[in-house]
Design a binder for this molecule. Sequence first.
Ligand SMILES: *[C@@H]1O[C@H](CO)[C@@H](O)[C@H](O)[C@H]1NC(C)=O
Ligand SMILES: *[C@@H]1O[C@H](CO)[C@@H](O)[C@H](O)[C@H]1NC(C)=O
Ligand SMILES: *[C@@H]1O[C@H](CO)[C@@H](O)[C@H](O)[C@H]1NC(C)=O
Ligand SMILES: *[C@@H]1O[C@H](CO)[C@@H](O)[C@H](O)[C@H]1NC(C)=O
Length: 511
Amino acid sequence: MCTPELWLSVLMSDYYLLLILSAFPSTINSSLLKMYLYEYNNHKEIQILQYTRKRNLPFSHVNTTTSAAHSVAKIINLKTTYCRGDQLDILLEVRDYLGHRKQYGGDFLRARISSPNLMAGASGQMTDFNNGTYLVSFTLFWVGKVSVSLLLIHPSEGASALWKARNKGYDKVIFMGQFANGTYPIFSDCGLLLNTSAELCQYLDHRDQEAFYCVKPQQASCDALTHMKTRSSGISYLSLKEKNLLHKRLWGFEPITVSQCNNVETVREKCQIGMKSPIPSGYSLQGKWNPAFCKLTQLSNVDVINDCLKGKLIYLMGDSTLRQWMDYFSRLVKTLKYFDHHGSGPFKKYILLDPERHIHIQWKKHGHPFVTNQLYSLKNNEYITREIDRVAGDRNTAIVITLGHFRLFPVHIFIRRVINIQRAIRRLLLRSPDTKVILKAENIREMHNEAEQVGDFHGNIQYLIMRDIFRDLNVGIIDAWDMTIAYDSRILHPPNSVIENQINMFLNYIC
Ligand SMILES: *[C@@H]1O[C@H](CO)[C@@H](O)[C@H](O)[C@H]1NC(C)=O
Ligand SMILES: *[C@@H]1O[C@H](CO)[C@@H](O)[C@H](O)[C@H]1NC(C)=O
Ligand SMILES: *[C@@H]1O[C@H](CO)[C@@H](O)[C@H](O)[C@H]1NC(C)=O
Ligand SMILES: *[C@@H]1O[C@H](CO)[C@@H](O)[C@H](O)[C@H]1NC(C)=O
């Protein structure tokens, strides 16, 4: 017997299962993984997601791949003046180097409107008709002279090569585990999957089907694993021909002029948890973030912020982009003081306290895989799911989750983690429905390097998967992906101006 709710989660897992199996059937060889992947393999109703289509595009010559120079992008129904709130549509027809129209989609594109002098920006919504035609839709959120840009980040054949390369190996990163052995530590190779006949230490979470391994050092117990650091292995699964495909190309357009006209401002509801966040989710203007779906109050006065935080328990779970919040909170609210939770380095547990106002904010890194060349402690390492399970939760408790560090690994590692976290949040909301749960999406990153390892193509798929898996849950979204496109912050750690706006949105959600 299946309850509708369970049925839904079964269906959801099912199409991810298909996605995973079709992506790389041959690399799934650990029995643990198999168990997980086959768990729900009896259902036939499969939805194929847009981003899973056309992921296998072999090409014989660069001539038959997408050429931005030969493709045509034009504004539909170009007008001399536009009104605030109007839609601006661009039709893109992609062609190959021989000038032939392409018959499929899958090109990795980014669309943005901006007015630099107004510190304004927003992303565009992209529809891939999967026949070589794309529709890019912008909402003209502000008044002024607006520049429009459309960027081909990777042609579809390059995107397809990246997708396949991602799912091929676990060894783009080498994990070095440190084991205690009296005075001198011992180092040993670790990873999500180790291709070796050596004896292994297995670090398993049976309920969540999560696994991490180390080669067992001869003189140390598996329980003596204390620290970890990582380095790049330099392994690539792209051929030279494929690497040469990952070029970028920008289409420019004449700026357009947007007037106020007689449009009255729509009055929106206050931002609240559970509201659906569309794409684009908002825009920046004079550097301030304005969600498209709700009304945000700018909380800049410290007293107001302290009133909001009063009595709150806040758990930040994730990566260094969320740790930036800790730095920001400590600078913004001087009465919040760091409480030394022992340990050292940037990835220890951080706690900010104001005992008088009963404010407790903590940051903790997410569990494996955590990628950094700085040694970090594993002594109190936990998966986010287990951390969530230990939160009592109530109306004055907030959890913020973000997952970096997964772009380097096959996508099913990410999918499984997000499904596990979704289940943990379901459990939390059953026992404490008032708990505020907020997801911070990952942000866009540098464009110049390492597309195979950490490129935004992988991040974009993760972003879409995360939205999808959480779409029916009562959570708040801070769409850092969309925000960083709007702010054009192409950097691993977004600047304070972006962090400030994320935190403002967070405060609006919890107060
Ligand atoms: C690619 O296109 C160029 C220019 O049209 C042509 O000279 C060349 O022979 C083509 N190469 C292949 C392998 O089709
Ligand atoms: C591509 O698909 C869209 C939507 O179905 C359709 O309107 C358009 O005519 C198609 N274009 C071509 C060239 O087939
Ligand atoms: C571990 O400690 C033992 C006892 O002190 C020592 O003999 C051994 O060499 C150490 N192993 C390594 C790999 O350092
Ligand atoms: C595992 O290692 C062996 C020997 O080094 C190699 O032949 C094999 O292809 C590797 N398998 C995978 C899945 O990497």
